[in-house]
Design a protein around this ligand. Structure first.
Ligand code: SF4
Length: 290
């Protein structure tokens, strides 16, 4: 068991936010009994539980001591991600910025494995951006059908190719504003291309994994990908933006999966207060912090 601690069983609800109860046992006050008084008859006899309760009563203001965005907590999360995923990168197979752009467009609502099954033959058939630009979207549809949403994806890929040939000399631009002018390209796709191919940290990739795990780790409370990206940009050091995105995406695939995350194997576990944890060694979760 990691870190030599014996985890408590998770609650049925997935929440582990209560302090373990101490068995209640009545304790008689010897001094009071010896003095034959001190407390009026009928006064409640203090119990171990009530004593413990008094001792552990939160101090005023202590409940706000927990800060999910505290720099030392963020640093610890980053350190453990480095231990878990030291040299991860994008899992989409590619050998140029154009191939990465196409693969990223195709990966929407699909898996990288699925896309990687399609792209080798696709890039053999159409080896250049000019070859894609010469197509009508309908011609591409059969080749990308298995990635889902193939009509829209075909339109985006062919439209992007035409614009890159017409406006950018056949080269994928290494600039966020220019990338965003391409059909089918939003900040997520642009950040993948800029970070993975051009090594430029203009933002963070917010895909479904980054969305879910940033919320579980309380790095954001937002639901909108652009707002999540803004929140992450405030707390993650810029030099970590590219790697952090890849690490979180890998974490989402391997351990912090959407349904039933594998918390028992997670190195971040004792830093995590996610409501849907499946296992916990954390004695007190944020709602119970004293
Ligand atoms: S402890 Fe569980 S919910 Fe939290 S980051 Fe790890 S796998 Fe995800």
């Amino acid at each position: 068991m990691p870190r030599g601690r014996t985890p408590r069983q998770p609650a049925r609800t997935g929440r582990q936010d209560r302090v373990a109860r101490t068995p209640v046992r009545q304790v008689k006050s010897k001094t009071s009994a010896a003095r034959g008084g001190g407390k009026p008859a009928g006064a409640p006899i203090p119990t171990q539980a009530s004593v413990l309760h008094r001792k552990s009563k939160p101090k005023v203001g202590a409940a706000s001591a927990y800060n999910s965005l505290a720099p030392d907590r963020i640093a610890e999360i980053l350190k453990r991600l480095d231990q878990l995923y030291p040299e991860v990168t994008c899992a989409l197979t590619h050998s140029s910025a154009w191939e990465l752009l196409v693969a990223t467009i195709l990966s929407a609502q699909s898996t990288d494995v699925n896309v990687n099954r399609v792209t080798p033959e696709l890039f053999r058939k159409y080896p250049t951006v000019e070859a894609f630009a010469a197509l009508a979207p309908e011609q591409l549809e059969p080749d990308v059908r298995s990635t889902g949403f193939f009509r829209n994806k075909s339109k985006s890929v062919v439209g992007a190719a035409k614009k890159i040939v017409a406006d950018f000399g056949g080269q994928v631009p290494d600039d966020m504003a220019k990338l965003l002018t391409l059909p089918g390209v939003a900040r997520k796709t642009a950040n993948v291309v800029l970070g993975t191919w051009f090594k430029k940290a203009d933002g963070l990739v917010v895909d479904t994994h980054v969305h879910r795990i940033s919320r579980r780790l309380e790095l954001t409370t937002k639901d909108d990908p652009q707002k999540i990206e803004q929140d992450l940009m405030k707390v993650i050091p810029r030099e970590k933006w590219i790697l952090f995105s890849h690490q979180i995406i890998w974490h989402g695939r391997k351990l912090c999966i959407a349904r039933k995350p594998k918390c028992v194997d997670c190195l971040l576990e004792n830093l995590c207060h996610a409501a849907d944890k499946t296992w916990s060694t954390v004695e007190m979760h944020k709602n119970a912090k004293a």
